[in-house]
Each structure stands twice: as C-alpha cells, then as structure tokens.
Design a binder for this molecule. Structure first.
Ligand code: SF4
Ligand code: SF4
Length: 200
C-alpha cells in the first residue's frame, strides 16, 4: 500500500496577506507566458509538416526508372508495367514485421511464366509504425510517408491497398524527394545535436 505523507501548508506572513505576494508571483508567470511565442498548433486548422523521415502511413514506390540495381535483377522474372508498384512479392517485409498477420500478400504466375503481385494489403490497426518492414524491402518499394492522419469511420478504412499505396508514394516523392533524408545538415550539425560518437 502506498503511504502518503501530508505536509502542513505554512501560514501566510502579514506581508504576503497585505500585498498579495502569491497573487503577484502567479500573475508574473502568466504574463511571461502570455507574451511567449505559441508552441502548440490549432489542429486541424493548422497542420505541421513532419520531417521527411517521419514514420507515417505506408506507400509503394512504382516502377519509374529510379529503381535500385536489385530491382533490375529481379525485373525480368516479374510482370510489372511502368507506373505499377515495384513489389516483387518477396515477403521480406512480412518476415521482418513483429505483427506479420497484418500483411496480405498474394502473387500469381502469368501464362508467360512471370510473377505478378495481385494483392498487397496492410491492416494498419495492428501496425506499431516501427519501420522494420521498410528496412527489409530489397527493392526500395515499401516506404513510410509523412501522412499521419489515419482516422476512419470504419475499421476497413484502416486497411491499405496496393493501388492507393502506389499513388501515395508518387505523391510523397513529388513533394519531398528533393529534401535530404538526414535530419541534420552536415556532420558538424549532427555532432552538435548528438555529440561525437566514440567507438572504442
Ligand atoms: S511499421 Fe512495423 S509493425 Fe508496421 S507493418 Fe512495418 S514492421 Fe510491421
Ligand atoms: S519487401 Fe518489398 S518487394 Fe518484398 S513483398 Fe514487401 S514490399 Fe514487396
């Protein structure tokens, strides 16, 4: 059982009673903060843009000519057209995820003997936004964006589908691809924030 220690409040001195010293002290703090710059925002009327590396809702990068070499190797086995998700259904994201049940990934073989991804759903109600799935993706397909508004009226609204994810990645890259990935400008800025890393 938690023991609570009660401390008797000291009585006010005559000076404090006559000159409202506590009241003046309180008003001083109020006025000081009243003149300070506001640090909160009036959401949803004001919306902040998170850093580029923010872990928001997921998206699928598409085949657009900017794929990494790993995709070029796998591309010949896949049926992926320009502008379609570059997912190769390797399931690495699902393997890396602490909650793999939230993924539904399906692929079929086309008559030409190629692999085609026909389903990639993610139930974000079970997602903890850790980002491990994006780290695991070998073709830089699965990314996280700066979109943080995930509320919906139905549970089904929290499930992402491949087509929407592809559109989201195109939108995200069109807005933010020019920004550096790092949150610090250079290594001296980084040292100021985090200090020097010493490995020995
Ligand atoms: S962000 Fe984490 S929890 Fe969410 S899908 Fe990716 S790996 Fe799973
Ligand atoms: S790791 Fe990337 S390529 Fe593999 S299934 Fe997941 S999203 Fe698709």
């Amino acid at each position: 059982m938690v023991k609570i220690k009660y401390v008797e409040r000291p009585g006010l001195t005559n000076r404090e009673r006559v000159f409202f010293v506590d009241f003046i002290k309180g008003m001083k703090i109020t006025l000081k903060n009243f003149l300070r710059k506001t640090v909160t925002t009036a959401y949803p009327f004001e919306k902040l843009t998170p850093p580029k590396r923010f872990r928001g809702t997921h998206a699928h990068r598409v085949k657009d000519g900017n794929e990494p070499p790993s995709f070029k190797v796998l591309e010949k086995f896949m049926d992926i057209k320009e502008g379609e998700s570059r997912c190769v259904a390797c399931y690495m994201c699902q393997q890396a995820c602490p909650v793999p049940e939230l993924f539904r990934i399906e692929a079929v073989q086309t008559p030409e003997g190629k692999k085609k991804v026909i389903r990639f759903d993610m139930n974000l109600l079970n997602c903890m936004y850790c980002g491990l799935c994006t780290e695991a993706c070998p073709v830089d397909c699965l990314i996280m964006t700066d979109i943080y508004e995930t509320a919906s009226y139905h549970r089904a609204g929290a499930v992402l589908h491949m087509d929407d994810m592809s559109k989201r990645a195109v939108d995200f890259d069109s807005r933010r691809s020019d920004e550096p990935d790092r949150i610090w400008i250079d290594d001296s800025e980084r040292s100021k924030l985090w200090g020097q890393i010493r490995w020995s």
